[in-house]
Ligand binder design. Structure first.
Ligand SMILES: [Ca+2]
Ligand SMILES: [Ca+2]
Length: 337
């Protein structure tokens, strides 16, 4: 069933076919696409893609991958194809990724020419993994079960994936491109917890309900390698090192600064707090999204919001915003910090 392509052939195919795809990432999917994968040791990860976008995720060599359309529109879902030579008709694609390091994709083909990449996998193993291990020793994936994650929340991820520059524009999820999420220190690597992408996408949806366009939600930091985190002065155990954190601003007018969300003519902590209350409610209502929320006031962006899905609630903020979290916890009787 599975034909494993040689590394060179797979890369040539991936790059060549990629170039032919054009602006595939701007098209909407006719029905939700669900992508699931299995980490070494049998742990599972998954995410559902609706509307636009795809998923780009690091994976271990040989990772089992399942892609399926959940919508009823079978007529539009013609076939699956992959950059490593596996094709399958019907609503479901199931295969193991190649054991060679590289970047691979799965596309949905509708009709003869309409092809949309729904998932890309950066496979890191062998020598790549040994190189990663020098700065980030592989122990285990920490993002499977939430209960286990709570206990092992600070174990380093086993895998970092190489993110090639040609994948910069690839949407990892709604509003997050590879270039937004991968480490900005030149290492071009990333680790990602799909839960934080899901949470981010949901925040965008909620903002649309406020009349704020989804594109206004702008990620400013995602994964940070050890070296990048250190150069930023980040905490040694920053969630950014674990791939489950995103810092963002709400910036509909694209001036690089947080917008005035409550319409009082000024941008300050009150505008951040509106987003904070939204994150509070979303994380309280979904165990997969449980984690941190930090509020930062700064000169460059005026303000930014940090979210992460570490598995347990954590809150902080600069200045008076810290006390505001405390007050909220008292008012709502929240004690699970
Ligand atoms: Ca702005
Ligand atoms: Ca305001």
């Amino acid at each position: 069933m599975l034909r494993i392509a040689a590394v060179a052939a797979a890369w040539t195919l991936a790059l060549g076919a990629w170039a032919d795809l054009g602006p595939w990432h701007s098209r909407a999917f006719a029905s939700p696409v669900s992508v699931a994968w299995t980490w070494p040791g049998g742990e599972r990860g998954s995410m559902t893609l609706g509307g636009q976008g795809g998923v780009f995720t690091p994976a271990a060599p040989g990772t089992a991958v399942v892609v399926r359309c959940e919508g009823a529109d079978a007529s539009g879902q013609d076939a699956w194809e992959s950059s490593w030579g596996v094709t399958n008709r019907g609503m479901r694609f199931e295969a193991g990724l190649p054991r060679e390091s590289g970047t691979y994709w799965v596309a949905q083909r509708v009709g003869r020419i309409d092809r949309r990449i729904v998932a890309a996998f950066a496979v890191a193993g062998g020598r790549d993994r040994e190189a990663d291990a020098r700065s980030f020793p592989p122990v285990t994936r920490h993002d499977s079960e939430k209960i286990r994650r709570y206990r092992s929340a600070y174990e380093p991820p086993a895998w970092q994936a190489f993110a090639p520059r040609w994948a910069d524009a690839f949407p990892m999820s709604h509003g997050v491109r590879v270039a937004d999420f991968c480490s900005h220190d030149g290492d071009r690597c990333l680790v990602v917890d799909p839960d934080v992408l899901d949470l981010f996408a949901r925040i965008a949806t909620e903002l649309e309900g406020w009349g704020i366009p989804a594109h206004a939600l702008r990620p400013i930091s995602g994964y940070r390698s050890h070296d990048h985190n250190r150069s930023e002065g980040g905490a040694a155990r920053s969630r950014h090192r674990y791939g489950d954190a995103i810092d963002f601003i709400v910036d509909a007018d694209a001036d690089g600064r947080m917008d005035d969300l409550d319409g009082d003519g000024d941008t300050d902590g009150n505008d951040l707090w509106r987003v904070a209350l939204l994150v509070e409610d979303l994380q309280a209502g979904n165990a997969s999204w449980r984690g941190g929320c930090g509020l930062y006031l700064s000169d460059t962006t005026i303000g930014s919001v940090h979210i992460d899905t570490r598995g347990h609630r954590a809150r902080w903020g600069t200045g008076a915003l810290d006390a505001r979290w405390d007050r909220l916890a008292r008012e709502r009787g929240i004690t699970d910090e």
